[in-house]
Each structure stands twice: as C-alpha cells, then as structure tokens.
Design a protein around this ligand. Sequence first.
Ligand code: ZN
Length: 452
Amino acid sequence: MNKKAKRDTKCCKCHEKFEVAYYRQDPCLCKKCTRNKRLSNKVKELEEIAKPKITNQYCQYLFNLYLQHLHQYKIKPGQVQQTSDLIEVFSKNNFKRISSWERIIHESKKFKKKYGEKHSCGCPFSKIGNILTELGVISPKREECGHYYPRLFDQLSTNSVKIVKSFIERQKQSNLSPHTVIRRLEILVQFEKWPLSSNLLSVGTLDLQNYFNALKSKGYTHSYILQVYINLSTFYRWAKSEKKVFINPCDSIEIKNGPKQIVVCSESQCKKMFQFIKNPNSDPEQAMLLALILVWGLRGEDLSFAQTDFNEKRFKIILRRKKLTNAKYYNREQILELPISPQWFYQLQKKFIKRWHIQYGQLKNIFPKYYLMLPRYRSAWPLSKSTITHRVYEATLAAIGEKIPLRVLRKTCGHLHTIHNDSSLLSRLGWSHHYCFNYTWVPKVYFSSPKS
Ligand SMILES: [Zn+2]
C-alpha cells in the first residue's frame, strides 16, 4: 500500500486547515501564509537597504509608519515594489511636517504622477495619513475641509470662479468654522449649476424666486431653503460692498422662519426605551447607546470619538476636545463618570465592558485607542457619522420597533430633563443657556416615524 503523500493539518499561523505535502519546506504554514512570509522577508530586506539611504529623520519616521501598516496586514505583491519606490521618494526629498490631509492628498498625487498605479495596492501616503490620524497627529479626513475646495471651485464657471474665490477667502478670515465656509461654497456652486439665465453676478430677484420655488417643488425642507437664502444673501451683501453688484437681489425676497417646535419621543416611546435599557436581556451595546443619548444627551460626534477608561472599577467616558471656533467654549465636563447606582445600570455597565473587551480583542491596532463605540472589523477607528446613525436606528428598532433619529432622542433627553420646567440640569449636559431656555417654552411635538 502506498504511503499517503498528503495529510490534513492546521496552519500554525492562520489556523486554517490545509493539505500539506511532505516535501514542503515549511510544513507548518499554508500556501497563503508561505507566500506572505516570502513577501514579508522581501520587504524586510528592503528595510535594511533603506536604513542608510533615508537620512532625514522625519522621512524615517514616516517610512516606519508605512512599514508598521504593511506588517499589520497581509502583504500584497505590489507592495514590495511600492516599498522600494517609497524608499526612493524618502531618500531624495526632505519632508516638511505633515499636519493635514490636504498635504497627504498632495503627496499622494505626486506619488501617483511619478509611479502611476502599477502597484495596484492603494497609495502609501493615504496609509501614512490613516496612521497619523490614528495617532491623533492630524484630524480625521472627513473633518477636514481643505481638500474639498479645489473640487468645488472646479465646478464653477470661468466667469464666477474668481469672484467666488475672493468671497471664500474673506469668509475664511472671519472666524467661521471650516464646515460653514464649505457649506457656503457648496450652496453657491449648486445655485450656479441650476440653469441660471445669466451668470452669478447678474442674477435678478426673479431668478432667485424661481430657484427657491424649484427647491420647494423638489421637496426640500423649509429650513434648508432658509439656509440657502441666508447664505446667498451673505454672498450678495458682500458682493455689493465690494461694488461687484449694484443691488442685493435677496433684499426684496423674504423667507420667514418656520414655526418653532421641538420634536421629541412620546411618553409611551420613552417608557418602552427605558424598559429596554433596564432589561438584562437587551443587547448591552444598544442599551448603553440609548442610555447615553437619552440621559446624558451625547451627540453623534461625541459617541464617535469618546474613549473609555475602565480603571479603578469605575466606568468613565472621556469626551474628545478639539479646537473650537467662533469663541465657543466647552461647558461640559470632559470626563463622564457613570454612576454605580441604580443596580440595573451598574449591571448594564458590567455587561457592556465584558462585550467591549471581546470586540476590542478582535480588532487590529497599531496603537491602542480605546474608543467607546467599536467598529465591527479591522482596526479601532472612530466610527463615521453614518455608522453611528445606523447603530442608533438598530438600537431603537430593537427597543421599540421604530427607527428614531439621534437628534430626536437628544431632544427627548432635553425634554425629559425639563419636564418640570427646570432647565438647570441641561446646562450640566453642556448645552448653552439659550438652547436650554428653549426647552421651557417652545411647543413639543411627538415624533412619529414615517410610514413606509
Ligand atoms: Zn496559514
């Protein structure tokens, strides 16, 4: 009888079953892992070559970040060539400190221009950018606006691009948040794209009125139209002061504020949600998410960037602090220490922490970052706005069978805190006095989910 040439075994790296032939060099590794080991050795050889070549310290630092990223995942064949090209870039150039995604995108374009897309494994600079974000050296790409400008300016006609650019420059100097400035530009771009009968600077009142009517018939909300109106009006006021137009076409149009109201959850919806939070069989992440919004009024952004601290047996949530514009200030504590009573809430924290550790253990991280809300795969990154929105929907669906938006839950939080006409609690959530005061008098409307 022939001796079997092959046997089944488990790969000692990825633990997947594979058939091993006796003649193989490394019988412990599967085909995939063998290939990965070979590629990884090639990259290590390149690393040795790079050491004397890259003399600039900052370039060395960036190159090391790239390597850390590379070794974290399976190396793709193109990445060997990419590494060697990157060594060339880093050994020939001195890099100024990278402090924004705008720079990353700039470097990325330069790299692509020189080496093309032959590596077919993504751009090394965006990887470096991701790690710098993970380290907190630069802010997340989605929060930065710089790289949107060129794309938006490109969409303007040659007649208006110069004037709009100087308007935007003026806006940038006026202490507005970068998002507000981008919003202004977007609104102007959209307005110009709408079939205008003339160019941006010879627009008349009739054009504007038609535009607002068109928006309305397309189903845009009143508050959106109001926002468009305010932004266009700002533009034309500036254009008039610069003597680019004689009259502000917005002056003879009036768009009123809609009726003031606060949309909150009904009593029965609140009751069901709190039952869900208290129920020991509920999903701990969903229950905690709802509790943090309904009781502590956390925003989506807070939830994305909040980090945990489970030391000293107390559950603490550390909120992100970023640079604020327009003389705003934080009036809420940065560290939120969750209370250990009532008992059910303490139990919920314990369950949440247990689940969190399991999830965290499944993620790949170069640098430890203990985000409160964890992604379901890859590395621990702050969740995007849309993922948070999605998770909140999942939670409210599980709790009461309805999709309730985060903003309604937050307003419900304000409503629950002021139900006895006392807005003092709200200021503890870090809300402004003006905003809190609204809760004492603005009429409340109960939220009902749109029927599908
Ligand atoms: Zn393997």
